[in-house]
Design a protein around this ligand. Structure first.
Ligand SMILES: *[C@@H]1O[C@H](CO)[C@@H](O)[C@H](O)[C@H]1NC(C)=O
Ligand SMILES: *[C@@H]1O[C@H](CO)[C@@H](O)[C@H](O)[C@H]1NC(C)=O
Ligand SMILES: *[C@@H]1O[C@H](CO)[C@@H](O)[C@H](O)[C@H]1NC(C)=O
Ligand SMILES: *[C@@H]1O[C@H](CO)[C@@H](O)[C@H](O)[C@H]1NC(C)=O
Ligand SMILES: *[C@@H]1O[C@H](CO)[C@@H](O)[C@H](O)[C@H]1NC(C)=O
Ligand SMILES: *[C@@H]1O[C@H](CO)[C@@H](O)[C@H](O)[C@H]1NC(C)=O
Ligand SMILES: *[C@@H]1O[C@H](CO)[C@@H](O)[C@H](O)[C@H]1NC(C)=O
Ligand SMILES: *[C@@H]1O[C@H](CO)[C@@H](O)[C@H](O)[C@H]1NC(C)=O
Ligand SMILES: *[C@@H]1O[C@H](CO)[C@@H](O)[C@H](O)[C@H]1NC(C)=O
Ligand SMILES: *[C@@H]1O[C@H](CO)[C@@H](O)[C@H](O)[C@H]1NC(C)=O
Ligand SMILES: *[C@@H]1O[C@H](CO)[C@@H](O)[C@H](O)[C@H]1NC(C)=O
Ligand SMILES: *[C@@H]1O[C@H](CO)[C@@H](O)[C@H](O)[C@H]1NC(C)=O
Length: 436
């Protein structure tokens, strides 16, 4: 009974402490620029073996006074020391346009007799977890989570709350907020403004079309993008990009977003793969991943990150074969094309010209390898059908028109013939009747 009372008092004390302690650290590089910022509350509950071979638990909170020796901008490493030689470290890793915590190490010192008066094993013990700290957030955004987040390892339970954290900080200023899912209400707040790059249509919530509906939104403006390696331009793209997304608002509401043609481009050029990242610096990031196989390049992977307020959505299609053309040429398609990224996101592209490999010294496009849709001679439905199966260019309106016209004409011919023969037959029958 006394023991329980004691635990209760400790708990109350603990809760009291929980509300006070939060540490805040800022890691700077050689030129005094911040690369990592962190403000968080964290408590540790450690189960340890006592000298009497029993198990005991101790809970303590990281204090607000901490030191940061060992932290390093070059290694994207945050190292925090507190109390009697306890420490906590986290390094970060970035991947494309996102970053996350990589290895989280908590080290506690059982020689600390205040916390571990009866510990059997004395010394520094560590608890290591990988990629558990937070879901990836976009670069130049900070992770924020007011709600509790628990990380459990064999002997240690770490409880985090009210966390604000950014790595890869640019210009010593925090970026946009990226909230953890626990903080975001499950029902989307209808008042949140939607990213409106050039213009956005928002069908009313009462009308609930299950699929993207024809949208009265302007064609996106074509942007010209390039990626350079150390010596020259190695990837060239000219394209108009339009997103059709149903996850930003209600899931039945499709929002059309045109990519700002002033988006910045980045990426990389390799021998057999190349990456183009377009970032409007605000709400939209799209990544195109090209591969070179048997002397032909194609678009294989598209990753899109859209942000609505502090919530971001990432969608990918990693298994496509689009925009295929031989090495040494560029791929050209003036007509609208559809890329299905996920159930709730598709992309329409306009006036595509891409050359992800082998851009010459002049930094200009090589000969265009034109998608078959652009060939206006395709008007006969049969040929269109053949082209459709053989061609990667899957367009919408431009196909349906000739198909519908062709089908209608064919149907008309058949109807006229049927009517003609029936008419003839009836006339003849009538004649026989007259004879009888
Ligand atoms: C770094 O910046 C802080 C405040 O911004 C300033 O007090 C400090 O002197 C600077 N240190 C160096 C080495 O420039
Ligand atoms: C552990 O054992 C010692 C004697 O060996 C005893 O004095 C002490 O009270 C025990 N502690 C607990 C928590 O049982
Ligand atoms: C210590 O914590 C562990 C896990 O958090 C729990 O299973 C165990 O019952 C606790 N032990 C005591 C003595 O409170
Ligand atoms: C993080 O640190 C661990 C060792 O603590 C190391 O193995 C890992 O490669 C580091 N990750 C990055 C991205 O530097
Ligand atoms: C990026 O993420 C993918 C999977 O999400 C992984 O396969 C790849 O190794 C990661 N790259 C780096 C550099 O971490
Ligand atoms: C795109 O997303 C997929 C799946 O999440 C991932 O495996 C891949 O590494 C991403 N590609 C890039 C270039 O980040
Ligand atoms: C979270 O941190 C902010 C800023 O440090 C503080 O104002 C706020 O009261 C904290 N909230 C909770 C629930 O601890
Ligand atoms: C950082 O500052 C430079 C110059 O002040 C500016 O050109 C750049 O856009 C800034 N970058 C960010 C991410 O704010
Ligand atoms: C970012 O998006 C918001 C919301 O649509 C918009 O109000 C703001 O002007 C945009 N900022 C930039 C720099 O494009
Ligand atoms: C966006 O579209 C709405 C409705 O179609 C229109 O009223 C508004 O003027 C447009 N805004 C811009 C900037 O074109
Ligand atoms: C793009 O930048 C140009 C020049 O800075 C500007 O005139 C134009 O309005 C911008 N377009 C958009 C869609 O922001
Ligand atoms: C990609 O698609 C091809 C054929 O469409 C299929 O054979 C392959 O298994 C797919 N790969 C993945 C990773 O989904």
């Amino acid at each position: 009974m006394e023991r329980y009372l004691c635990w209760g008092v400790l708990c109350l004390l603990g809760i009291g402490l929980l509300q006070i302690n939060a540490f805040e650290v800022e890691i700077k590089n050689g030129t005094n620029e911040t690369c990592i910022f962190a403000r968080m509350n964290v408590s540790f509950t450690i189960q340890y073996e006592t000298i009497n071979n029993t198990s005991n638990n101790v809970t303590f909170v990281a204090p607000d006074k901490v030191t940061t020796e060992g932290s390093n901008c070059d290694f994207n490493l945050l190292n925090v020391h507190f109390g009697n030689n306890h420490s906590w470290s986290l390094n970060f890793t970035k991947n494309g346009t996102l970053y996350r915590g990589d290895v989280l190490t908590f080290t506690y010192n059982t020689n600390d007799t205040e916390l571990f008066p009866d510990a059997k094993r004395l010394g520094l013990l560590t608890s290591v977890t990988r990629e558990s700290f937070f879901t990836p957030v976009p670069l130049n955004a900070f992770y924020k989570c007011v709600h509790d987040d628990v990380i459990t390892t064999d002997n240690v339970v770490q409880l985090y709350w009210n966390v604000t954290l950014q790595a890869y900080v640019q210009n010593s200023t925090l970026g946009n907020e990226s909230r953890c899912s626990a903080d975001t209400p499950t029902t989307p707040v209808p008042t949140t403004p939607v990213p409106t790059t050039p213009n956005v249509t928002m069908p009313s919530t009462t009308a609930t079309p299950p699929k993207p509906t024809p949208k009265p939104v302007d064609k996106p403006t074509t942007g010209n993008y390039s990626v350079s390696n150390t010596t020259a331009v190695c990837l060239l793209v000219s394209i108009g990009v339009q997103f059709n997304a149903s996850m930003l608002e209600d899931k039945n509401v499709w929002t059309v977003i045109n990519l700002n043609p002033n988006s910045t481009s980045s990426g990389s050029c390799g021998n057999d793969s190349a990456l183009l990242i377009l970032n409007d610096g605000n709400t939209t990031i799209v990544e195109f991943h090209f591969y070179l196989v048997n002397g032909k390049f194609h678009l294989q992977e598209v990753n899109v990150t859209l942000t609505n307020g502090s919530v971001f959505f990432r969608r990918s299609n990693v298994n496509m074969t689009l925009w295929e053309a031989p090495l040494g040429s560029s791929y050209l398609c003036r007509k609208e094309q559809l890329i299905n990224v996920s159930e709730d996101l598709s992309i329409n592209t306009f006036d595509v010209r891409v050359q992800p490999f082998g851009v010459g010294k002049g930094g200009t496009f090589d000969t265009a390898f034109e998608c078959r849709l652009d060939d206006d001679s395709i008007l006969i439905p049969i040929i269109v059908g053949a082209a459709l199966s053989a061609e990667d260019c899957l367009s919408v309106e431009n196909f349906t028109v000739p198909i519908v016209v062709g089908a209608a004409l064919g149907g008309l011919v058949i109807i006229v013939m049927v009517v003609y023969f029936i008419g003839r037959r009836n006339r003849r029958t009538a004649g026989y009747e007259n004879f009888q």
